[in-house]
Design a binder for this molecule. Structure first.
Ligand code: ADP
Length: 280
């Protein structure tokens, strides 16, 4: 097991492992016009490289700019200055290579579970035959255990099921990167735990780059390879990056019996407390 002191560093070791320039965020600044006729700088010089199969959690207090950062990577927002590259190509707009999963499920209520997934596949996978598209949809419904609910409408589903449709929809088009904005935030603790495990199972079978925003330190440690901790806004920056030294697949119970887990957890909570005190 890695000594605690080494995972509180700026994670150069881990960065080197992943350093294939998959996603590169360079000197990113985002400002919005404010009521005084000026600009409020939300994100002030973000630099981060994410590896092709790396699971990154982003943590920080409300309003520090986590969603804004994710939206810029998703191409839904433009940076004020700085650049974001995916496989050396600048990101300027949304693309099927980066799928987003939001806290509020954003399913189309008039379509069944199957058709919600099917619509995304139809929109993106033009080159596939009808039979291939059907297979892709069915495979991904099965992946999130929704085959039996395929003909149901979103209104007939629990929150956890809706989120599984959102995840199946995002994964079915085989994006290079999954961007998740508090994907488990609206779920009760039991469902959240189950869905975290299910997403990890899928990711362990088909590793890909993930950026996930969370408020939950335990969730971040359980799921992520690195935890990016942001300072408060405005002018938020990356305060620290923690490397999570536990191998995948992870066993939640075993993690909680480990001293390293608590050292990491306390370190992250201390960081958040420090910034919480500054904000209040
Ligand atoms: P977080 O996800 O960390 O809670 P956000 O990225 O949603 O933070 O927002 C960061 C800051 O940017 C907040 O103060 C928010 O009010 C502001 N903000 C977000 N979107 C806009 C916008 N379109 N126009 C102006 N301000 C915005």
């Amino acid at each position: 097991m890695v000594k605690p002191s080494s995972y509180f560093e700026s994670s150069d070791r881990r960065q080197a492992e992943f350093d294939t320039d998959f996603l590169v965020i360079q000197d990113l600044v985002k400002a919005y016009p404010n009521n005084e006729g000026g600009q409020t700088v939300i994100l002030d010089g973000i630099n981060l490289t994410v590896g092709p199969n790396e699971f990154i959690a982003i943590i920080g207090h409300s309003g520090c700019g986590k969603s804004t950062l994710l939206k810029i990577v998703g191409g839904l927002e433009r940076a004020t200055s700085g650049q974001v590259f995916l496989e050396s190509q600048p990101i300027r707009k949304p693309g099927a290579d980066r799928m987003m999963v939001f806290q509020q499920y954003s399913l189309l209520p008039w379509l069944t579970v199957r058709d919600n997934v099917r619509l995304a596949v139809d929109e993106v996978c033009h080159r596939l035959s009808l039979a291939q598209k059907k297979t892709l949809v069915e495979e991904h419904l099965a992946m999130v255990n929704l085959t039996a609910a395929a003909t149901k409408y979103p209104d007939e589903l629990s929150g956890g099921m809706k989120q599984r449709v959102g995840i199946a929809r995002a994964l079915a088009i085989r994006p290079k990167m999954l961007l998740m904005d508090e994907p488990f935030g609206a779920l009760d603790a039991l469902t959240r735990g189950r869905l975290q495990r299910q997403v990890l199972d899928i990711w362990e079978r088909n590793p890909q780059a993930v950026m996930m925003i969370t408020h939950d330190v335990d969730e971040a440690i359980y799921m992520a390879d690195r935890i990016v901790m942001m300072t408060n806004g405005p002018n938020a920056q990356i305060g620290e990056i923690l490397t999570v030294p536990f191998e995948h697949p992870r066993d939640r119970t075993a993690l909680r019996e480990s001293k390293d887990y608590y050292d990491l957890r306390n370190h992250a909570l201390d960081f958040l407390d420090r910034y919480f005190e500054q904000a209040s």
